[in-house]
Design a protein around this ligand. Structure first.
Ligand code: NAP
Ligand code: MG
Length: 476
């Protein structure tokens, strides 16, 4: 492999405060009953800042601010005026995108190449896209004058912190709702930076409120009687708890949960492109992706060739400093997640699958896991059934298209799938049969704000993105 000189992005562009309050009613405030905790850089374990784990009284205050803003300011504003705010937020995100990308990589561990080229452009694109809907809701197919729901309580995970915030906030605000959002415990900093952007955009106070904290803060928010809508992205386990807690209330819910996507490669696929697609499918964002192509289904006749080529390619991936522009694989987001990846990988070996890891040196400090491939995996293995949420690929083989469909659908999840073949007819045949919300053909992990995203079965319900994403925030 080539040796590259280090090419780190400068972190002097970001100004991390030693301590942050909660963002309530347009201001940063001290907690009433919350306690403080530290957020660390997962690549170095360096403490970055102190943030608040909001308590019940803090959540109360944020919900009350959102309610007042909804009634007095936001829901009565014409759509074209709301659109102006959303365009302004989008433009400020673009202007500050380098700073936000660096901050995201520092707090999350993802490579700067990804936060800069994928996360941040998509964040801006979501705000631009939904800004365009704000004054055209009457033409969205939900009646001539669809009304907002009210106050949305939104809980997001750590894998795409700012992008998940954009997925949640943009449609909610465009439809005239106000929001209380809880970012993940391990990645609060870009949400707090976004709170500053709300101030910079002169967004009316209380329209967006950010309450940091861990699972308990999330639970308090979701169970709060003052919210009209719950939007959650995270694990299926917590999704189930939320579905139980809102049952019997009038709260509307969308759940975006886990996945165990099949990436199906036929013998007529363009192999070089398929290899890149497999790498992007499972090693993008360290595999911390709900729609990751974590199960590779490869047609038996090409399996040996494909695996040789895949391992050669994986040996060229650069793992290390997330801020280095040449880095392909960054840090695992937390020590808890690293433990989980290690545990499931060890179980893979114990259950009889064969483990191979790319030969790369892991840094001494921080949380790291090498790109890893399991072969000889059967459908009964836990690494073929459970979401590892890490850089771990399970490889299975098939002989016929029918067998590919059967194995691809043999999962409790159904968020996404990929098909690699030269034949258009086969793509359509597969897409009709795969039980997954998104089916990519000859590509993987491609996102666009105009395209709806969401799951079948235990991957959740409701759609985010596109015109479909409006429905979750309208009283229809
Ligand atoms: P998680 O616990 O479901 O976290 C998602 C969000 O929900 C976080 O903000 C979390 O707070 C919050 N939360 C936790 N318990 C809650 C509760 N009872 N009520 C309301 N909110 C609650 O997921 P995780 O612990 O970060 O990761 C565990 C596994 O979930 C991963 O290994 C992965 O398999 C899966 N996962 C999937 C996605 C996805 O995009 N589908 C994203 C993340 C994780 P905290 O920050 O304190 O946890
Ligand atoms: Mg958790």
């Amino acid at each position: 492999m080539f040796e590259y000189a280090p090419a780190p992005e400068s972190r002097s562009i970001v100004d991390i405060h030693p301590s942050y309050g909660l963002f309530v009613d347009g201001d940063f405030v001290d907690p009433e009953d919350g306690v403080r905790f530290k957020t660390v850089n997962p690549a170095t374990e360096e403490v970055l800042a102190e943030v608040v784990a909001a308590g019940p009284r803090d959540v109360d205050r944020a919900v009350a601010a959102a309610r007042a803003a909804h009634e007095t300011r936001w829901s009565t504003l014409p759509g074209r005026e709301r659109a102006k705010y959303l365009y302004r937020l989008a433009r400020i995100v673009q202007e500050r995108s380098r700073e936000l990308a660096v901050l995201e990589s520092i707090d999350n561990g993802k490579p700067i190449r990804e936060s800069r080229d994928v996360d941040l452009p998509l964040v801006a694109a979501h705000f631009f896209y939904y800004a365009g809907w704000a004054d055209k809701l009457g033409y969205a197919g939900f009646g001539p004058d669809p009304r907002p729901l009210g106050v949305a309580g939104q809980v997001i995970p750590w894998n795409f912190p700012l992008l998940m915030l954009a997925w949640k906030l943009a449609p909610a605000l465009a439809c005239g709702n106000t929001v209380v959002l809880k970012p993940a415990e391990t990645t609060p900093l870009t949400a707090l930076a976004f709170a500053e952007i709300c101030q910079q955009a002169d967004l009316p106070p209380g329209v967006v409120n950010i309450v940091t904290g861990a699972g308990e803060t999330g639970r308090t928010l979701v169970e709060h009687p003052g919210i009209d809508k719950v939007a959650f992205t995270g694990s299926t386990e917590v999704g189930r708890q939320i579905a139980r807690s809102v049952a019997g209330t009038t709260k509307k819910v969308t759940l975006e949960l886990g996945g165990k996507a099949a990436n199906v490669v036929f013998d007529d696929a363009p192999l070089d492109q398929a290899i890149e697609g497999i790498v992007n499918g499972i090693f993008f964002n360290q595999g911390h992706v709900c729609c990751a192509g974590s199960r590779l289904l490869v047609q038996e006749s090409i399996a040996d060739d494909l695996l040789d080529q895949l391992k050669r390619r994986l040996a060229t991936l650069r793992l290390g400093d997330p801020l280095d522009k040449n880095t392909d694989v960054g840090a695992i987001n937390s020590s808890e997640q690293l433990q989980r990846i290690r545990l499931l990988s060890d179980i893979g070996e114990q259950e009889g699958a064969e483990r191979w890891s790319a030969p790369c040196e892991l840094p001494d400090r921080g949380f790291w896991f090498p790109p890893t491939v399991f072969t000889g995996v059967t459908q009964a293995h836990r690494i073929a059934r459970e979401e590892v949420f890490g850089p771990v690929l399970s490889v299975l083989t098939f002989r016929t298209p029918a067998e590919a469909v059967e194995k691809a659908n043999n999962t409790p999840y159904g968020l996404s799938a990929g098909v690699w073949t030269e034949k258009g007819s086969r793509i359509l045949w597969m897409a009709q049969r795969l039980r997954a919300g998104v089916v990519w053909a000859n590509t993987f992990n491609r996102f666009d704000p105009s395209s709806p995203f969401g799951g079948y079965k235990e991957s959740g319900y409701g759609r985010e993105g596109g015109r479909h994403g409006l429905e979750a925030y309208l009283d229809v």
